[in-house]
Design a protein around this ligand. Structure first.
Ligand code: FAD
Length: 450
């Protein structure tokens, strides 16, 4: 069997060659935790059909040791429950396994004489390390499909892009080849329904902490994500371009936790946007955020291995922050004061509380929040770590390429240009309370999160 028959588009690559086993094709669902609009599952199903084998989906539950807490796992597992129910409707076998991923996948593939392993593209370091180790352990072919990005990350550019502008130019040249309805997944022939995961028992196996509020407004799962998309396209998108910087107005899609856990596909969102025939400033801006800005983050993480430290920011950012390292800070807060929302700035504290209580901070405030951490920390390195740790710990969409790129943009000038020089920031773009007051009613927001 030729690998070329299995890979016939630029979404799927052969990560590691090997000999097909005699059993099923295994799809390790990792990032794209949904059944429909999922190019990884489609690639695996096509391979299973070519090889005349069954398709089996596995998901590995494991605590990677990052900042993810109980509410992240709960959101993910409840979302996966819906996915398993969909698998049951499509008669596709799907199993949730627990344990260290390399050992668990290797054992499963070996015991079941797997034909081949398919998995999702994910630019984050710990997932790439797992795949490298799997390639050493397994003797079957391992394939990876980019089911997240409209244009696969590797296809749009072979290097780290300088800015949204440079990525947009490359995108626009080839986008017509990539926007299309996603084919439907075919029914399988499993005779027994898959057991549904027991979220409570599974969470207990992880021993994770639970600092963020558990009564956040994000109901997990694909159905809820689609409901939110519908509301966004019918009620909010008209005001998106004018009001997206006002945290008192509810005009954002609020889809990032669902996109992060792969409960909704970006392809589906774009196809629904096209179908809605909305063509306004709002739809253009939304598309730019969802596709260009998000895929710029993927590009940064994929090509820059220092994405989560100050080492990853542009040279001009490093030089200017270094030059201003010794500048006097008006405040110098410890990590705990930031975490507890105990700064002298009520807007900053309210933004921090919004994240802790609701699992998400408004997009505009995220920039202000991170820039103030730079202004009030002992060093840019400390600021970077504080921002990443808090964002990953409390945001439901944390531990995401967008988060690392967002912090590097706010603190290190990534994808930005030098602005006028000021203390502590140097040439990094500055934001202040007066600017926020010009954009929205700060008191109203602060009162909401007292
Ligand atoms: C300091 C900082 C930290 C951030 N941390 C995260 C994070 O952990 N996870 C995360 O998904 N996003 C993060 N962002 C990016 C952005 O703020 C969020 O994607 C956005 O707030 C999500 O809300 P929404 O889905 O309602 O956005 P909408 O405005 O409705 O946008 C729709 C989608 O477009 C994408 N998008 C929007 N804005 C951006 C952006 N600036 N950069 C990249 N993609 C974008 C997201 O996928 C988003 O879900 C961060 C930004 C900053 C400045």
């Amino acid at each position: 069997m030729k690998t070329e028959e299995i890979i016939n588009d630029s979404r799927t690559i052969l990560l590691s060659d090997g000999t097909f086993g005699s059993g099923s094709v295994i799809c390790w669902m990792e990032r794209e935790q949904r059944l429909h609009n999922n190019y990884t599952l489609l690639a695996a199903q096509k391979a299973a059909s070519i090889l005349k084998r069954d398709l089996v989906i596995i998901f590995i539950l494991h605590h990677y040791g990052g900042e993810r807490e109980e509410r992240h796992y709960r959101f993910m597992l409840d979302g996966l429950t819906e996915t398993v129910k969909q698998a049951n409707r499509l008669l596709l076998p799907m199993t949730i396994l627990t344990g260290e991923p390399v050992r668990t996948i290797t054992q499963y593939c070996t015991e079941h004489n797997a034909a081949a392993l398919f998995t999702d593209f994910n630019p984050l370091r710990h997932i790439r390390t797992i795949k490298k180790r799997l390639a050493q352990e397994l003797t079957i072919p391992i394939y990876e499909t980019d089911a997240r990005n409209i244009i696969p990350c590797r296809s749009v550019s072979p290097k780290q892009e300088y800015s949204a502008h440079t990525l947009r130019l490359k995108h626009n040249r080839i986008i017509d080849n990539y926007v299309a309805p996603v084919p439907r997944l075919k029914k399988g022939n499993a005779s027994n329904p898959n057991p549904l995961p027991d979220t409570e028992t599974l969470i207990r196996t992880l021993s994770v902490s639970s600092r963020g509020s558990s009564s956040h407004p994000f109901v997990p799962g694909t159905t809820e994500a689609k409901r939110r998309l519908k509301i966004f396209l019918t009620e909010k998108i008209g005001n998106y371009a004018t009001d997206d910087r006002d945290p008192n107005r509810d005009v954002l899609s609020e889809l990032s936790p669902y996109i992060h856990f792969g409960q909704i596909s970006v392809h589906h969102i774009v196809n629904e946007l096209i179908k809605s025939q909305i063509s306004t400033e709002g739809s253009e801006k939304f598309y730019d955020q969802l596709v260009i800005r998000r895929e710029l983050s993927e590009n940064f993480i994929y090509y820059n291995s220092n994405y989560d430290s100050l080492k990853g920011i542009p040279d001009w950012g490093k030089r200017t922050l270094d030059f201003h390292r010794g500048d006097l800070r008006e405040y110098n807060y410890s990590f705990d004061r930031f975490e507890n929302g105990e700064t002298d700035d009520e807007l900053w504290n309210a933004a921090q509380r919004q994240m802790v209580q609701t699992g998400k901070m408004h997009c505009y405030l995220r920039m202000y929040w991170a820039k103030k951490i730079l202004e009030w920390s002992a060093s840019p390195e400390e600021a970077f770590n504080t921002a990443i740790t808090l964002n990953d710990r409390y945001s439901l969409d944390g531990e995401d390429p967008n988060g690392y790129a967002g912090v590097a943009w706010s603190i290190g000038g990534l994808h930005d240009r030098p602005w006028s020089e000021r203390p502590v920031f140097g040439y990094i773009r500055f934001m202040n309370l007066a600017g926020c007051k010009r954009k929205f009613n700060v008191n109203q927001f602060v009162k909401r999160f007292m």
